[in-house]
Design a protein. Structure first.
Length: 369
């Protein structure tokens, strides 16, 4: 019986590993069914992990918290390495599963290989081809160390192969995020927030903002916020913005400076939403403006037009096949695409190959062999 350790480093990671945990839980008891522990590199009282997150996803809370909370990424890397080394020494493990490209993910990957434990990477083969991005370095290290690479699409697969990974250890399993959407479709209910804001399905925009690089260029961000608020007001549409932290502070300050009298349209900052409520808002929006790759992927699956405030996406199929368009940090491009979205003239889109909600089953089957 294999002993698996699933490691997460931030809230979005839980969303991607949840289908794998559920797939293992559903396996019949026997020698093929792995045992697993869920480890979180952060603190147990992390404010981004609302209590409903785990029940919404149908998974248990982490078995272990490494308790690392550090702004400096180099210090964080060192602290996670020390803490995870202690974990592996105390918990015999056959396979460590990591997801995405955080500094904590890289730290766990290095320790795993130094301890001689097999490493599996979910969402492997994603590249920006910009080595100045810290996450790009993380991706190269994690993929280079991994014994098994699980990719979401053809483009990720070809990148992993081109970089010298053996064909035998690269598996195109599809996008594990989609497994959650399929799982949650039966659980989703119209959130109370929609009644409070008098929102009708498909007659509002959803806006999320979190990327540090965007928040640091404050003048440019204000220009983009002006575009979003202005185009929405012109079209008579409300923009729902569930924001936290610095993003929330900045957008509220922008709105106060604008001093707009009509609050029935334009930007409206609300409290961060639980996973199920946010999933409903995203699935029933007229369109989405975001800097999140995960939100853009969900938009493609739901057939919702999406504008991404980035010049890069981890899953280019959301642009080539899906509903996503990249505008970078360019207010003019944003204005052009937003006008297109609000006029109802968005491009035709389809769901990419293997985005069928069965990625976790494929991953667990491979790991159980």
């Amino acid at each position: 019986m294999k002993k698996i350790c699933i490691v997460t480093g931030a809230r979005p990671n839980f969303i991607k590993v949840a289908p794998i945990m559920r797939a293992i839980d559903l396996m019949a008891d026997g020698s093929q069914k792995p045992q697993y522990q869920l480890v979180y590199s952060g603190r147990e009282d992390d404010p981004t992990l609302e209590p409903s997150l785990f029940s919404d996803l149908g998974i248990r809370k982490p078995d272990q918290y490494l308790g690392i909370d550090c702004e400096n990424l180099n210090q964080l890397t060192g602290q996670v390495m020390s803490a995870f080394e202690r974990y592996l020494q105390q918990h015999p493990t056959d396979v460590v599963i990591v997801v995405d490209d955080l500094a904590s993910t890289m730290a766990v990957s290095i320790v795993t290989k130094k301890q001689g434990v097999q490493l599996a990477h979910i969402a492997a083969g994603t590249r920006s081809f910009d080595i100045s991005m810290p996450k790009e370095i993380n991706r190269l290290v994690i993929d280079g160390l991994s014994d098994i690479l699980f990719t979401a699409g053809i483009s990720n697969n070809s990148i992993a192969n081109k970089e010298g990974a053996e064909l035998s250890k690269v598996y195109m399993v599809g996008n594990v995020l989609i497994d959650n959407i399929r799982y949650l479709q039966q659980k989703m209910q119209r959130p109370d927030l929609m009644d409070e804001l008098h929102l009708a399905d498909h007659h509002y925009l959803l806006f999320t903002l979190n990327r540090k690089a965007l928040l640091e260029r404050t003048d440019n961000l204000d220009q983009m916020l002006s575009v979003i608020d202005g185009e929405a007001r012109k079209a008579g549409v409300k923009v729902v913005a569930p924001l936290r932290g610095k993003a929330r502070e900045h957008v509220l300050a922008f709105m106060m400076h604008q001093g707009a009298a009509d609050h029935h349209v334009g930007l409206d900052v609300v409290e961060p939403q639980g996973y199920l409520d946010f999933a409903y808002l995203a699935a029933h929006a007229q369109g989405i403006i975001t800097d999140s790759g995960n939100v853009a992927e969900e938009a493609t699956f739901n057939g919702v037009p999406c504008i991404t405030l980035n010049s890069y996406t981890e899953h280019i199929e959301t642009v080539k096949v899906g509903t996503n368009e990249l505008v970078g940090e360019d207010p003019e491009k944003l204005s052009e695409k937003l006008a297109q979205l609000l006029s109802g003239s968005w491009k035709h889109a389809e769901i990419p190959d293997r985005w069928d909600g069965r990625s976790a089953e494929r991953i667990v089957q491979i790991l159980s062999e």
